[in-house]
Write a protein that binds this ligand. Structure first.
Ligand code: SF4
Length: 361
């Protein structure tokens, strides 16, 4: 697979309590130990684009560049951009009037855009185009007076943004269980939409339960769960049944990373853990483990996966087999506000952001 890299600093792999050799001696015989490395994994096109947008804004406008919420849900990315002069804020009212603010890949509601305008902020909208697509669906179906059942996690920024497009017409369905309880105003004028980073299986279960109660429920015009989420889940489903331990690299607030861990367990992994960095791997996880499955969420730079691979090798898991279930080659143009500036400055070097991958048929 084509791995991606961004010019972010290299984290280090700190020492654990015992030496790797001590621990390796207690592990299964060398030669049977291996890592199954999922592909696709890591950065998707929308995340890559958002990170490049902040990097380019810093380069062309200088620090500080304000970013509403975490640009993507990854600690390493956020901390690295902070070191370069990005300032992450919760709301636009924390941004000085007239300053530059970048909206994150998860999208914003119209109320946030209005608030930024009222404060005279200059904005760069790094919302992933696949999130924007869901926003447009919400606007269109609300205009036709449909009630929208938005399947997603309450409190997640993406759900807040999509909900904000049509609050009077939208109800959030947080789980399959909620599908059994929700009341609607007209069961014949109903459509479901979803957050882009959910578990495919759980979402389909929620839809099944909704349709049992509301047979005329309409489907979205195209899948809302994005290609990156689906592909990463498909890859871990293949690896999980052969894995004694699955490690998912990704942050706790990264929806798609947490889903990968859940999917791994559901598909037969004996254990699954999520880590931000290699130094969070607990050596006790390796006890009795022959095969480690390894993947990473859509907001995770490849360097963090390589750190875990290096650590695993120190414990005797030096054999790495990449399991490829899809090739991706999706590219998204950088945000339009930035494209104009890049053109003005003759910067055509990275006019495109995003090096994700397209599913195989
Ligand atoms: S996970 Fe999907 S929706 Fe989210 S930024 Fe990546 S491609 Fe876009």
């Amino acid at each position: 697979m084509s791995s991606t890299s961004v010019p972010l600093s290299m984290p280090t792999v700190p020492r654990l309590r015992r030496t790797p050799a001590d621990v390796a001696a207690t592990l299964p015989v060398a030669g049977t130990k291996k890592v199954l490395l999922a592909a696709p994994r890591g950065y998707c096109a929308g995340v890559d684009r958002a990170v490049i947008a902040v990097e380019k804004a810093l380069e062309h406008y200088g620090a500080p560049v304000y970013v509403r919420k975490q640009i993507v849900h990854n600690r390493h990315v956020v901390e690295t951009l902070e070191d370069r002069g990005a300032v992450f804020v919760d709301e636009t009212d924390q941004v000085p009037e007239g300053a530059l603010v970048v909206f994150s890949a998860h999208g914003v509601s119209p109320a946030v855009v209005r608030s930024a305008e009222e404060r005279g902020l200059r904005t760069i909208d790094a919302t992933c185009p696949l999130v924007t697509k869901v926003h447009r669906e919400a606007v269109r179906f609300a205009k036709d007076d449909y009630e929208i059942l938005l399947i997603g996690h309450v409190g997640h920024e993406e759900v807040e943004g999509t909900y904000g497009e049509a609050p009077a017409n939208t109800q959030i369905v947080n789980s399959p269980e909620e599908a059994d309880r929700i009341e609607v105003r007209d069961p014949d004028k109903l459509i479901w939409l979803s957050q882009t980073t959910l578990s495919v299986d759980e979402t389909m279960e929620t839809v099944r339960r909704l349709r049992e109660r509301f047979p005329n429920l309409q489907d979205p015009p195209s899948d809302d769960i994005c290609y990156a989420t689906s592909n990463r889940q498909a890859a871990i489903k293949k690896i999980a049944p052969q894995s004694d331990l699955v490690i998912v690299v990704g942050s706790a607030n990264s929806s798609n990373s947490v889903r990968l861990m859940e999917v791994a367990l559901e598909y037969g992994a004996k254990a699954a853990h999520r880590v931000d960095f290699a130094n969070e791997v607990d050596e006790s996880w390796f006890e009795g483990v022959e095969t480690i499955g390894l993947t990473s969420g859509a907001s995770v730079p490849e360097v963090l996966v390589q750190d875990v691979l290096r650590l695993a090798a120190e414990y005797g898991y030096g054999t790495v087999e990449e399991v490829v279930t899809a090739e991706e080659d999706i590219l998204f143009s950088l945000p339009k506000e930035l494209r104009a500036t890049l053109k003005e400055h003759g910067d055509g070097s990275r006019g495109l952001g995003g090096r994700g991958q397209r599913p195989q048929s």
